[in-house]
Design a protein around this ligand. Structure first.
Ligand SMILES: [Zn+2]
Length: 115
């Protein structure tokens, strides 16, 4: 399943409590239509105290973790023109599919293979 943003993209949040903030996509969950963004939509998770006692490396407590956001609220920010924009699919001379900024025409970087 193809998503309009990929891991490592800079995105801006268009709706919700984090509206207007930007960050870097940390992980994509294509099947769920969601993604986590570095430092955004952070929630506090209470973890259980480890049963092993004080020797447990992490112990229990509160862990801050990015909650997944729907892909539909994420808008790609072009690395070249620094503008929240859309991407279109283009084909380069060597026949590879590329994501291209609709504003400045710059190709966006592609995901690592398999990502
Ligand atoms: Zn651009």
């Amino acid at each position: 399943m193809k998503t309009h943003v990929i891991k490592g993209d800079t995105v801006v949040i268009r709706r919700g409590k984090e509206k207007g903030k930007s960050g870097v996509v940390k992980a994509i969950f294509a099947d769920a239509g969601k993604a986590t963004v570095e430092g955004l939509n952070v929630v506090k998770r209470h973890t259980k105290q480890g049963a092993q006692g004080p020797s447990s490396p992490q112990g229990g407590g509160i862990v801050e973790k990015e909650a997944a956001l729907p892909l539909s609220v994420l808008q790609y920010v072009c690395e070249k023109c620094k503008t929240p924009t859309r991407l279109r699919r283009g084909i380069t001379a060597d026949g590879l599919r590329h994501r291209v900024c609709v504003k400045c025409g710059e190709p966006a970087r592609e995901s690592a293979k398999g990502a």
